[in-house]
Ligand binder design. Structure first.
Ligand code: CO8
Length: 257
């Protein structure tokens, strides 16, 4: 598929998705949201990949939020409709069967930070800045930010960030558990790639089930404990587990297909 607002390259089974609207600090407009939906719901599921990295074009911003220029034309119904569309796309990213890592360079704000939080892990460059500034516009986050930020950092910090609209630096984001790792400027994509390469050596079925189970732990609609019992059995009965266990007993590296 052709994309106008993002770049896609696949190297060594790792997909690199670059949000590419640098003049607007990679703000998410309607077309970009549709492209992300097509990418994660139609295109990437057909590819033989071990994981996905999402980053922003240029050093200044990962994504500075939803594109504010489209807001004046929205009313109550239009706002909810756009919010729902974003929820569907970000849910598809969160539930993607392969690991998705956000490599965050610069501003990660509003809807951009919500995209980062829908990813399975976040690697921040030292120049990254995080915030939910929607209150400055008289809005609340509309792509799952109030929920995912609370899941990641707890209610007190989530309240503080969502109510003040303040930005925090990368080291503070790391301290409160919003990001997994802080690296030098320009190094976040390679750091994310290193994590995905490590995960690529593990049992692929187990990796995809672990993603689903960790997600289930924060989804009140699912019984994560029951699901773990089911998926544990599924993994135990798989050829991949046979290979992993046999390799351990034979004192060699497992080779998962
Ligand atoms: N939307 C559109 N354009 C933007 C955005 C944005 N979110 N952010 C920056 N830009 C544009 C600027 O307008 C500017 O364009 P131009 O050069 O044509 O004037 C260009 O990017 C560069 O930005 P600045 O000149 O402002 O750069 P600074 O270094 O001075 O400031 C900031 C950088 C602090 C990041 C500043 O640009 C800023 O505050 N941006 C807005 C951040 C924000 O409020 N984000 C939240 C948006 S709301 C949201 O995300 C809601 C999500 C849910 C939506 C649900 C349904 C629609």
């Amino acid at each position: 598929m052709e994309y106008n607002n993002l770049l896609l390259s696949i190297t060594d089974r790792i997909a690199l998705v670059t949000i590419n609207r640098p003049k607007a600090l990679n703000a998410i407009n309607e077309e970009l949201m549709s492209e992300l939906g097509s990418l994660f719901m139609e295109d990437l599921p057909k590819q033989d990949i071990a994981g996905v990295i999402i980053t922003g074009s240029g050093e200044k911003a990962f994504i500075a939020g939803a594109d504010i220029t489209q807001f004046p034309s929205l009313d109550k119904a239009g706002g909810s409709e756009k919010s729902r569309k974003g929820h569907n796309v970000f849910n598809a990213i969160e539930n993607f069967h392969k690991p998705v890592i956000a490599a965050i360079n610069g501003f990660s704000l509003g809807g951009g930070n919500e995209l980062a939080m829908a990813c399975h892990m976040r690697i921040a460059a030292e120049n990254a800045r995080f915030g939910q500034p929607e209150v400055n516009l008289g809005l609340v986050p509309g792509y799952g930010g109030t929920q995912r930020l609370t899941q990641l950092v707890g209610k007190a910090k989530s309240m503080e960030l969502n109510l003040t609209g303040d930005m925090i630096k990368a080291d503070e984001a790391h301290r409160i558990g919003l990001v997994n790792q802080v690296v030098g400027v320009g190094e976040s994509v390679e750091a994310a790639r290193a994590i995905l390469q490590k995960i690529a050596t593990k049992g692929p079925l187990a990796v995809s089930k672990a993603i689903a189970l960790v997600n289930a732990s924060v989804d009140p609609k699912q019984d994560g404990f029951e699901l773990e019992i089911e998926y544990f059995g599924e993994c135990m009965g798989s050829d991949q587990c046979k290979e992993g266990v046999t390799a351990f007993l034979e004192k060699r590296k497992a080779e998962f297909k």
